[in-house]
Each structure stands twice: as structure tokens, then as C-alpha cells.
Design a protein around this ligand. Structure first.
Ligand SMILES: C[S@@+](CC[C@H](N)C(=O)[O-])C[C@H]1O[C@@H](n2cnc3c(N)ncnc32)[C@H](O)[C@@H]1O
Length: 242
């Protein structure tokens, strides 16, 4: 067999591998459960590049310190796409309750194990699309970090509507989205599009600042702050009749 045919065969095999992967892990739940087969595996998929659980937790604590300035004492908080509680474990001392929600049953199990004994911290597995397990006007604050970027835009929008529903009137939400106009993100997007024919269900989705603002406004949020670098980071208030 010539070198060229060998290469062609190999490439065909890669496509087959991607097709098999795609058909086996064709839902958010299956994808994230696959990566959550052990604590080490999920840590490296939640935060790529981290070298240890200590580093993973340190970054979680830093992020909780950033969020706590947005939260009033006594608040009930929602952490959507909570993973294994990286952020919530450090946020809960500043609130009354934190409820972490995740589509991956394995992540939820790992979160309960990791955060055993922490008072006020609760974890729930959901269906990957809504948070109907919570009544309207339940939360004083909500956040979703490193999560919406992995969803189809329709699914992200459905969650934004849900967040609006479960927030008390005048309460706020912190969200982050990947910025398509950032040079690095644009390069990653183009490279990814060239390389992969069969995409993962959790592939990255990108936004512009104006797009995020328009979506949030249309749902009934008032954008309070918006900063843009590699991420579009937003603090928005749920406007609704009190
Ligand atoms: C990159 S991790 C971020 C985890 C956590 N927010 C953190 O910063 O440590 C993305 C998380 O979102 C969860 N997730 C992905 N799609 C979801 C969906 N449709 N509904 C709920 N959770 C989802 C995954 O299981 C995973 O735990």
C-alpha cells in the first residue's frame, strides 16, 4: 500500500472515530458524564490546563471572591452548570444557600462527595434544558460560568429565560460568553472548523457583545455591567413586575 493510501485510510479512520464518538455521546449528559468518569478526568475537562486539584480549587476560590461582591448576605444563589462545585464551595459561606445544577449525574455525585459536610450547599441533576425543579422567584442571585459557551444557542437562550423566571424581581445574574471578536477565539474557531468534520455536542459557541446585550434585553434583563476581552462578562438585573 502506498504512503498516500495509508494516509487516506488513516484519515478515513479518524472520521469514523469521530462519527462513532458523535453517535455515542450525542447529548450534553452523555458527553459530560463520559468526561466525569473520575475526579481527575472531570477536573481536566472543566478547566483545561490545570495541573492539580489544588490549582483547580484556588481558581474556584478566586472566582468566588470576585462573585461575592455582587451578592447580598443572606442570599439564596443558583450555580447553573456547577460541575463539581469548584466555585460554590467557596461562595456558600457568604450566602444562606447555594444550589448547584448540572446535567451530568456523575459530576453531581462527585460534587456531593467533594463538598460533603459543607452547610447550605445543595446539588441537583437536571435535564440539560430547564430548571423546572425550582419555582418562580426563588433566587436572589444566579451565575453560570464556563457553561453557556458549550450549549447550542437555542439551549442557552432557554436557560436565560429560565434564569429570569427563577430570579426574584430586581435580583441579578452573572454570565460569561466566549467573544468571537477576540483574536485568539477567532483563530481557534477557524482552526477548529478546518480540522473537524464531526463536531462534539459540547463544542464551543461564540458571541458578540451586541448579541449578548440584545438577547438579555429581549428576555427582560437590564444589563448593569458588561466587560469584554476573551470573554464577554455580564452582570444583569431581572426586570419583572414585583
Ligand atoms: C466547563 S464546565 C464548568 C463547570 C463550573 N461552572 C466551573 O466553572 O467549575 C461546564 C459544566 O456545565 C455542565 N453542563 C453542560 N451542558 C449542560 C446543560 N445543558 N445543562 C446543565 N449543565 C450543563 C457540564 O456538565 C459541566 O459541569
Amino acid at each position: 500500500m502506498s504512503f498516500l493510501s495509508k494516509i487516506t485510510r488513516w484519515l478515513q479512520k479518524q472520521n469514523a472515530v469521530m462519527l462513532i464518538y458523535r453517535s455515542l455521546f450525542n447529548t450534553y449528559e452523555k458527553h459530560w458524564d463520559f468526561h466525569a468518569r473520575s475526579r481527575q478526568s472531570t477536573i481536566s475537562h472543566i478547566l483545561s490546563g490545570v495541573k492539580s486539584e489544588e490549582e483547580f480549587d484556588r481558581k474556584g476560590r478566586d472566582f468566588a471572591n470576585f462573585l461575592k461582591k455582587m451578592i447580598r448576605p443572606g442570599s439564596v444563589v443558583l450555580d447553573l452548570g456547577c460541575g463539581i462545585g469548584r466555585v460554590s464551595q467557596f461562595l456558600v459561606p457568604h450566602c444562606t444557600e447555594v444550589h448547584g445544577v448540572d446535567v451530568s449525574g456523575r459530576n453531581i455525585r462527585l460534587a456531593r462527595e467533594k463538598c460533603r459536610g459543607i452547610k447550605g450547599l445543595f446539588f441537583h441533576k437536571n435535564n440539560g434544558r430547564d430548571i423546572k425543579l425550582f419555582a418562580d422567584n426563588t433566587f436572589d442571585f444566579a451565575f453560570a460560568t464556563l457553561m453557556l459557551q458549550h450549549l447550542e444557542k437555542e439551549d442557552a437562550l432557554s436557560y436565560l429565560l429560565e434564569i429570569h423566571r427563577v430570579l426574584k424581581p430586581g435580583s441579578s445574574v452573572y454570565l460569561d460568553f466566549l467573544n468571537i471578536l477576540n483574536t485568539w477565539n477567532l483563530k481557534m474557531f477557524i482552526n477548529h472548523s478546518k480540522r473537524y468534520k464531526y463536531e462534539s455536542v459540547a463544542k464551543l459557541r461564540y458571541y458578540t457583545k451586541n448579541e449578548v446585550r440584545a438577547l438579555l434585553n429581549a428576555i427582560g434583563f437590564k444589563v448593569l455591567e458588561i466587560t469584554v476581552d476573551i470573554y464577554i462578562r455580564v452582570l444583569a438585573e431581572a426586570v419583572k413586575p414585583g
